[in-house]
Write a new protein. Structure first.
Length: 447
């Protein structure tokens, strides 16, 4: 039999987060066709292309379940700044972006994600998201893309606000033009920037339209105390309760951050099967420590996101390390629980958890026959990784995005031996450097 790609003699991360040695995997079309002991696939399949897996770990590609690709050219601007970051930097920045700025920013984001092991992402939205979709199609990545929608808020400039009717209509237009593009790799979702900038009408209509189109909703939720205070003062309800009243809480809702959740909030999210996403570096440096152990105990599905590269980078290996250390320090040590968040659970968040957040559990998130071939190979034969008594623990504690050698998305090799094959890296870097200077000048703050 013929297949498109044969990965020979690798180690394999199983769906149970164990490691199976000496495995070969055949990929045909966009799906995993065969997984067997080294030699078995070679006997059965004649490949169009072969990847050598010796000394490498084959695992699911990471899923960045909350990011802002349009903020890529904010890099280095937000650290060591006093509040309010939102009004002083983010609003002026996003409101002055041109469609081509968004395109090149998204290309740079895709380049960074591919090179650090991410194969798919959920973008919570910004301006001119049709150009972000164009960049995703070219990159070969998988993405759920939304438009940032806001219809109220005194601190939000008119360029970033629109009526609820216009917000819905423009997302519907984006859906018609791009949903299913890139051989199905691009999905269009609805979005709610946050409850402080979205009216009850917008929230209610967004929930109704997402159900009508059978697509997702991407929202920020309980990111900080001001959001909770706003809801209590205006609606006499906490944010999760308010969204539930509006009909927005459900399995198709992805909520980012989830830091200041009450016990009732957690129960409500679990009951409604909402998909939660933590952004560890953004959370612990700005908002606080999420109740991750309690959320897991309640049965809430959790993924990980980098929250864009404005103040960090798009490397989910770093997010795993941060969440592990922060959770142990804040929730584990005070009660003498060193395993309050296990390495296998963190790896699950970065892969299957993110896949669930995007509604792709049946397609991606684990390496199994019949699933989409969204896979990465990690070079284990390096001094900081080899030898090891536990590969899973070592990957979480010590591996980095630079250890990813190869990336396969939808059955196509998009990076081989650290070279991204779907875009010109030098061109992207050069053009983005030029555009950053122009954006800073237009936004009106010093570089």
């Amino acid at each position: 039999m013929h297949c498109d790609i044969l990965i020979r003699n690798c180690s394999l991360l199983t769906p149970e987060y164990d490691v199976r040695e000496s495995v070969s995997v055949a990929i045909d079309g966009s799906y995993i066709a065969f997984i067997g002991n080294a030699g078995e696939a070679e006997e059965q399949y004649t490949p169009r292309e072969t990847l050598d897996g010796r000394g490498k770990l084959l695992m699911p590609g990471f899923v960045d379940a909350h990011t802002h690709t349009c903020q890529q050219l904010l890099r280095g601007r937000l650290a060591d700044e006093y509040p309010m970051i939102w009004t002083r930097f983010l609003v002026p920045f996003e409101s002055t972006l041109t469609p081509d700025d968004v395109y090149w920013s998204a290309k740079l984001a895709c380049l960074e994600m591919i090179r650090s092991g991410t194969t798919s992402f959920a973008d919570s939205g910004g301006v001119h998201m049709h150009r972000a979709a164009d960049a995703v199609i070219e990159s070969g990545m998988r993405a759920a893309i939304a438009r940032s929608t806001m219809d109220m808020g005194g601190e939000i400039c008119s360029a970033m606000k629109e009526s609820a009717e216009d917000a819905i209509a423009r997302t519907e237009e984006l859906y018609r033009n791009y949903h299913g593009a890139g051989d199905g790799r691009v999905e269009i979702w609805f979005a709610l920037r946050q409850v402080m900038t979205c009216s009850p009408e917008l929230v209610r209509r967004t929930a109704e339209k997402a159900a009508e189109y059978s697509t997702g909703i991407h929202a920020h939720l309980c990111e900080h105390r001001d959001e909770v205070r706003f809801c209590l003062e205006r609606y006499r309800k906490r944010p999760a309760e308010f969204l539930d009243e509006m009909g927005a809480l459900g399995p198709n809702l992805l909520t980012a951050h989830n830091v200041v959740l009450s016990e009732h909030d957690i129960t409500l999210l679990a009951e409604r099967q909402v998909k939660a996403v933590h952004c560890p570096r953004a959370n612990v440096t700005n908002h606080g420590f999420p109740k991750t152990p309690r959320m897991l105990e309640a049965g809430v599905s959790i993924g990980l996101g980098c929250d864009g590269s404005g103040n960090t980078n798009s490397n989910l290996f770093d997010e795993m390390k941060t969440l592990r250390s922060a959770t142990i320090a804040y929730w584990g040590l005070p009660v003498f629980d060193p395993v309050v968040l296990r390495c296998s659970e963190l790896l699950k968040m970065a892969t299957a958890g993110g896949s669930a957040a995007m509604g792709h559990s049946a397609l991606t998130g684990t390496v199994e026959t019949g699933k989409k071939a969204d896979l990465i190979l990690l070079n284990l034969e390096q001094p900081h990784l080899f030898p090891t008594q536990n590969i899973v623990s070592t990957v979480v504690e010590s591996a980095d995005g630079h250890d990813v050698t190869d990336s396969i998305i939808d059955g196509k090799i998009v990076m081989k031996d650290r070279e991204v094959l779907t875009m010109d890296a030098r061109e992207t870097l050069t053009e983005c450097a030029r555009r950053m200077k122009e954006i800073v000048s237009r936004a009106g703050y010093d570089s």
